[in-house]
Design a binder for this molecule. Sequence first.
Ligand code: NAI
Length: 345
Amino acid sequence: MFEDLLRRWEGEEAVIHYEAAGDAWMFVCIDSTALGPGGGGTRLRVYPTAADGLADAMRLSGAMTMKMAAAGLPRGGAKAVLAVPELPSGDARRRLLLRYGDLVESLGGTYRTAGDMNMSPADLDVVAERCRWVYGTTARGGNSARGTAIGTLHAIRATAEHALGTADLAGRTVLVQGAGSVGADLVRLLLAHDANVLVADVDESRAAATGATVVPVADVIGTECDIYAPCAVGGVLSADTIPRLGCRAIAGCANNQLAEPADAERLHAAGILYAPDYVANAGGVLQLVGLEDLDWSEDELEHHLAGIGDTLRQLFRDADEHGITPEAAAARLAAERVAAARATA
Ligand code: NAI
C-alpha cells in the first residue's frame, strides 16, 4: 500500500518513521521546495490504516504548496501526520512529541512545522525542545487565529468590492458560520466595519457571546446575506447546498470549503463569487512564517495581510478575463509561481 502511494506521488520527499513504543507512524511529506523550505502543520490523528495517514500527508502537503505560493511566501509546501492507534496523553504523548522533534530536526530545516488537528501550542512547545523548526509555540503567542481573521476580513472586503461594487462593508449583511478562534475575532472586526453581522455556531453560547445576531445552524445555507463566510468546517459548498445558498458571494477561512472541485463551476454558474479558501485563509501562515521565520515587524505583517485582498482582486479580474473560476485562476497563479521558481533554480 505504501509502495503504490509513493510511486504515484509527485512530491519531492516522503520521510517515514515507525515508532514501536506507541505503535505510531510519522509521515513527513515535502511536496515542493521550489519556493523555499517546506512549511505546513503537523496533524495528530487516528486513521483506519497507516497508509491513510500517509495519503493524507501527501494530499495536504500539495495543498500547502498552493497556499504558500498564492500567498507569495518564500516557502514550499509540506505536511506531517502522526498516525496513532489512539490519541496519546501524559508521558506517552510527551515521548512521541520529543521523538517527532528529533525527526524534524534531522531534516535540517527543509521541513518547518506548526500545529494542525490535535496539536496544540503546548504540544509544539514539547516538539521545540528537540527541534528548531517549530512555529506557533506558546512562547510566540500560540495560534495564528489573529492573522487568519485579519486576512479573512481583507478577503471579504475584496470580494465585496468585486461582487457588490464597493469594499465598504457598512450596512452589508455578512453571515459568519463558526464563532471559534477565527470566527469570533472576524465577527469583532466586521462589527467594527459597521457590517450587519449574522453568526451561527453549533455551540450557540459562542455565537451569542460575539454580540452579533445569532442564526440557527440549520438555517445558514438558505439565509439571505451579501457575503457568506464559512469559518467552521469544510465541505459546506456542494451540489446539494449551492442551489439553496442565499448569498451573493463567499469568502471565509474554513479549509476545503468545496466538497468537490466541480463545485467551483457550480458556484460560477449560480452567479455567486467565491474567494478560494486557501487564498482567503492565508493570514495564518503569513503570521507564523512572517513573524517567526522571516522576522517581519507587525507593520510588515499588516502589509502582507492586506495583500490577500490585492491577490483576490487580481484573481477575480483574471477569472473574468479568461472566463474561468477564481479557483482555477488561483491554481494557475500558484502553479506559475512554482514553475518560475523551478526555472530559475
Ligand atoms: P475552532 O475550532 O476554534 O472554531 C470552529 C468553530 O466552529 C467552533 O466554535 C465550533 O463549535 C463551530 N462549528 C463546528 N461545526 C459547525 C457547524 N457545522 N456549524 C457552525 N459552527 C460549527 O477553529 P478555528 O481555528 O476558528 O478555525 C476555523 C476554520 O478555519 C477551520 O476550518 C480551520 O481549519 C480553518 N483555518 C484556521 C486557521 C487558524 O489560524 N486558526 C488558519 C487557516 C484555516
